[in-house]
Each structure stands twice: as structure tokens, then as C-alpha cells.
Design a protein around this ligand. Sequence first.
Ligand SMILES: *[C@@H]1O[C@H](CO)[C@@H](O)[C@H](O)[C@H]1NC(C)=O
Ligand SMILES: *[C@@H]1O[C@H](CO)[C@@H](O)[C@H](O)[C@H]1NC(C)=O
Ligand SMILES: *[C@@H]1O[C@H](CO)[C@@H](O)[C@H](O)[C@H]1NC(C)=O
Length: 462
Amino acid sequence: MVLLLLILLFGFASTLEIQKVVIVVISQDNKYNLGLAQNLTREIFAESEKLYGTRPIVHVSSTDFPSKADWTYLPLFSDLVNSHEDNASWVFFMQDYTAVRLAKLLEIFEKYDHQKEVWFGHALFDQTPTVIHHFAFHENPTIFKYPNVASGFAISFPLLKRLSYKWEEFHKTQTSNFHIDSGHELALFVWKDANGPVLEHEPALCSTFEEPERCGSHPSQFHNCDNLVPRNSIYFAVKTCSKFHKDRVPIVKKTWGGHVTTIKYFSDAEDKSIPTVNLGIPNTEHGHCAKTLAIIKYIASEIKSSSYIKWIVIADDDTILGVTNLQRLLSCYDHGDAICLGERYGFELNGPRGYNYITGGAGMVFSRPLLAKIAESCVCPSLTTPDDMYLGICVAKLGLEVTHAPGFHQARPVDYSPEYLKSHEAVSFHKHYMVDPVDIYKQWFETEDTLANRTKQLRVEL
Ligand SMILES: *[C@@H]1O[C@H](CO)[C@@H](O)[C@H](O)[C@H]1NC(C)=O
Ligand SMILES: *[C@@H]1O[C@H](CO)[C@@H](O)[C@H](O)[C@H]1NC(C)=O
Ligand SMILES: *[C@@H]1O[C@H](CO)[C@@H](O)[C@H](O)[C@H]1NC(C)=O
């Protein structure tokens, strides 16, 4: 009886208050993403005031902790510990496209002990070793769990504090290398560098937008911001070389290339059957900086006389694009701004010379003003410098940031966890290796592209 009373009392006393949760929205410094983050913050405040008469603390990463590395979590931890350690129990990290249901979320928090070192999220694991995770755990990739960042994940303050300390130590002695999947990299750090706890899988932090009733959080479904950006306002440049004229180029033509109005194939050799544009730059096995910059200059000068081109996409000949999904996404960005959009990777972000860049294979999208700036001011250090990395450096030198959109994929669908792929609308995949690219196109993009193609498009002559 006494025990029961104690349990009841304890249970009552341990009820988590919303003020004990610090929410961090990972966002980006552009009109659309900031708008998403501000709307989300407003919605959280409104729901919290309605339910509890008070608000949680909400930080927006790009406003409160602006840095090139803000999307990699660890660099934010010491600020969070310093400002909230005395008052808060949990930090909940989410994306600007994650939706939360606060009452449900608080129930979930109560299942875990915030006085212990603990973290929970929607756990993902790789089914096969994957290039995006540097083939980690290649003997048995399924043993390693990492959070789906689109679902949000929570870290208790005791764990946050130790991770922050471990990160400061790491930071003093080592420079990070590539940053690709921030959730996976954080989980590796927790496990390897901090000897911390395994991520607890919390199924009520959901991965899809289909079952929100039982979910404390879930990725929200993408909505266009406006009408689709017209197809004839997008210029597609495909980088190819003579080696691939016969196998890769026909696949582009048979799939997404058949649904666009302006497409040019840039190669090291002339081929009238495609036809290609030969810019006279020899093909290199790696790098392509000179070639890509020559393409950018060619297009910048070519479109001077065509005011309807607003966006330029540079893709590889083994990039698989969803044209309609791209049109939908671009409707959210202002083509008058200097924008470079795609899948963001980072390099040496904790070092003095670190930078973010848009990885080339997933397709790099430039707004017209930014393309013009790059054409004017970027000069390749060498023929074979990696083009995408160099463009990232150049964009940073212009005082701008690249914009990440989760729908772009530098690898094949099999390289990602299926649950992760359900969390956002795909715009691209990359590489034909051991997969059928036509099947991938059919499965992910064809329906949308064909439907949208019924609307008559103006053929554009440059
Ligand atoms: C934010 O909310 C306003 C008002 O509801 C809406 O007009 C706007 O489109 C939203 N912004 C974004 C990026 O969703
Ligand atoms: C903790 O909360 C109290 C009351 O809400 C506030 O006055 C104080 O500034 C907070 N301390 C920190 C370190 O945030
Ligand atoms: C899409 O529309 C373009 C332009 O009207 C046309 O050339 C092309 O054949 C169409 N593709 C398909 C698959 O319907």
C-alpha cells in the first residue's frame, strides 16, 4: 500500500513539464527555410500555450547558432549545455520540415529517464554496407542504429554534457573529414568517441507522414509553395564524355531527358547523333573542375538572350532526376536570389578552411544570378580539382551558403535505409552501378513526370 502510494506520488511528481524540453530546429538561412522554421516555432508556441499555458524554449539553428557546421549537431552542444543545463531535462532536435504533437511528445519523454545518459529517436540501420556511410560495419551493417533526423530525436542533458565535452576534446586535436549524413555521423561519435549509449528506438517518433495519430513527431509532407516552376524555365546541362555516349546518354533521353524542354549534353567529343557540345576540355578520370566551369561560362553567356531561363541544373550522365518533383521544389525558392541547391555535403567543417558544397552526382541547381556570379569570379585551381567541392569553396568566397534539400541523393536507392527514403519526396538519385536506372526512374519519378507532361509545354529554341 505504502509502496503503491509512493509510486503514485513519484509518478505524479515526475511529470515532465514542457519548459524542461529545449527544442532545436535545424534550418537554413534562406527565405523559404527560415519561413518554415518560423512557422513551426509559431505553431509549437500556439499549441503549447493552449495545452499548458506556457512555452518551451525553441532555438532555430540558423538564427541562434549560425555557423557552417550547424547542421552537424555536435558543435551546438556546448552552447545548449551552457544556456540550459540548470533548467532543462531534454533537447529535442528536429528539421524545419518535421511536425510535432506536443502532448504525445511529452508522453514519450516520460518513458525515458532524463537523469541518465540516454538518447532516443526513430532508429535506422543499413541493410547493406553503403558508400554514404563509408561502408561502416561492412561485416554486419544492421547492428548499428542511427536516428532518422527527419523524425526528430532527443538527448538527455547528462549525455549532452558529456558529448559536448568529448567534442571539445576531439575538436582541439582533430579535423573532421567528410560530412554526409549528420544523424549517422553523430551516432558514430556517440558510440566510438564518447563510448556513449546506443540510440533507443522510439517508434512513436515516426518516419512517414501517413500515420500521424499515434506519432509525437513525423516528417511533414512537402507542398509546393506556388504553381510548378515551368519546365521551359529550367536549363539542364548533362556532363558526359565519349566513353558514355552509347550507354548512359540514351538512358537520360529515355527517362527524365524526355520530359524537359532545354537540355544540352557537354562532352569531350562531338557526336551529332546526340548532339553534344564539345567545349575542348580533355576528359579527366576525376575532378572535372575545368569542364564544369567551362559549362557554367558557356550557359551564362548563352542565356543572356533568353530571359525565360531562371534555373540551371548541372547533372551527370548517370544522374536520375524527377523533373516534376524538381519543379515542385523550385516553386519554394526565389529565382531572383543567388541560390545553389542540392544535396549538401561538408568538408573539414570544424577546421579553419572547412566548407559545405552541393555534391555533383545528385544534380546541382543554380539560380540564374548565382550562375552569372560564378561565371564571373570563379577560377579552377587545376583541371582535376573536384568540381563540386571547388564550387562550394567559391560560393563561400562570394559570401553565400549552399542550400540543402533532402530530396537530392548522391547515391542509389539501395544505398539508403527505406525508412529514410519515406521521410521526404525524392528529386534525384545517382549511379547506374548494379541497378537498372530505367526501373529506378519508373518507380520514383515517371508517373509524376508523365502526368505533368500532359500540360502542353512550349518547346524552347535558344
Ligand atoms: C508560413 O505561414 C504563412 C501563413 O500561414 C504562409 O503564408 C507561408 O507560406 C508559410 N511559409 C512557409 C515557408 O511554409
Ligand atoms: C532558469 O529558469 C529561470 C526561471 O524560468 C530563469 O529565471 C533563469 O534565467 C533560467 N536559467 C537559465 C540558466 O536559463
Ligand atoms: C513530353 O512532352 C514533350 C514536349 O511536348 C514531348 O516531346 C515528349 O515526347 C513527351 N514525353 C512523353 C513521355 O510523353
